[in-house]
Design a protein around this ligand. Sequence first.
Ligand code: MN3
Length: 213
Amino acid sequence: MSQHYPFSLEPLPYAYDALAPNIDARTLEFHHDKHLKTYTENLNKTLEPYPALHSYSLEQLILSVPVLPDSIRTAVRNNAGGVYNHQLYFASMRSPREHNEPTGSLRKAIDVCFGSFDAFWQAFEKAGLSVFGSGYAWLVAECGGTHKLRIDTTPNQNTPLETNVCPLLPMDVWEHAYYLQQQNRRAAYIELFRPLIDWDVIQQRFDSCCQAK
Ligand code: MN3
């Protein structure tokens, strides 16, 4: 993600029906083509009168939120976060697989930090259910030498970048992520999210962000 203003709507990395039946095509189409598009357009509208910010990447904008002018701080947090979080979320999924679990160094870190993959998943599911209103559950890495993993939640479109950790896996638990298909059944959506996680991509994030910090 090395884009700058004007930000464009990044295409989905798969077809609308690629995640079916776990997430149906209509849900995915609305989520990407309406919700992400709106965040992208509103981010550009917010930044348009501020040429000094036009060279900033999404990450730089998010990290700059505390020092931005009052008049745009909330809009940048919501819309840069909205674009960043959704791009990461869509890129974290692939077609559903049975027995979908990570391997390699990420699996080892999960086993060390949570006890087992099942224990991790139970905690992640609980975090997703605990978000009041709209937000995300995250698997993040603390990259200060230990590669310690932990689960966080963020409200609205806030991102874990603000707390100086490496975001590995976002789970969008806004109602718009599941309402068309599941109505108010967030737990059903979370259970169906598990087979969709592209652990190869999450492993790559674990490798690269921990090297960079
Ligand atoms: Mn969303």
